[in-house]
Write a protein that binds this ligand. Sequence first.
Ligand code: PEP
Ligand code: MN
Length: 347
Amino acid sequence: MSMVVVMQSGVDESQIEAVILRLNEYGFDVHRSSGVSHTVLGAIGVKPEFDIRNIKVLDGVSDVFRVTEPYKFVSRAWKSEKTIVDVRGVDVGGDEITIMAGPCAVESEEQIEATAEFVASQGATCLRGGAFKPRSSPYSFQGLGEAGLKMLKKAADRNDLRVVTEVIEPGHIALIGPYADIFQIGARNMQNYALLKELGKTDKPVLLKRGMSATIEEWLMSAEYLMASGNPNVILCERGIRTFENYTRNTLDLSAVPVVQGRSHLPIIVDPSHGTGFRDKVTPMARAGVAAGADGLMIEVHPDPNVAMSDGPQSLFFDQFAELMSEVRLIAQAIGRSVREPSTASV
Ligand code: PEP
Ligand code: MN
């Protein structure tokens, strides 16, 4: 790992020497390059956890840059080929774009059965649904808990779908494990390090949502927690970040897709439901996500969004989901990828 230290123009020799001395004291090898008015110091042997502010505050220093990234296992430098996460036979990160769909929360047997059957018929391969919901208000519906997990798994198994469901605290991992094929870490928990470390000890795929105020680097550092704890099966999910914009619930940062793919080998999917917050914006942004190169989509779908217990306004009606699927299928083909064909001839 290395770091570049740029000295202010016109600093005197004693200040340069003082900085070199400090760098040596930290144990770094220093390579000096002095021009007419600028001196640049290259420091080699810097540990990823080194706080570069220790150098920024020194007299005469203009700027300090880290040359290498603070993460290792998630980086392209560590693994150059793309990772394909195997979710019990369903690939995430391969040529086929993985569609995860379902309600925000599991509400009843009828609701999850109907949704599972429909999304599977349209080419989805994973069924989403929360049984433990991280709600902004303690008075909002918190999920059905284990009863919801049972309904979710039954509906998924019946339709050959994989289950993706959220874990909101480490104490729930053992309970949720038998029902889930993918553990979802929600945006609000992206930096819940206790949760990251515990899920890192499992070998089940983890879907790591981007925190609503997290930089891409912070998000990748959270993925690093999972991988450094031993779990290589990490899927990233861009779900929108909070900005000054109010016409959407969040601002879906689709540029995160190529940025992440340039820096990391991990698959990345896009969630335009939470990313926009309104159902009329979901399909356009799903199309855009696929066009941007996402490895999958997470879409909220409900048999009757008007009575949904959470996130109804951003949940698609069944016919809207069918249309989304046929549109993203065309876009996938245009960029040399695919979306699974519907199983029913009716659409
Ligand atoms: C969800 O997937 O329903 C959810 C709560 O998402 P997020 O963590 O992205 O808000
Ligand atoms: Mn939701």
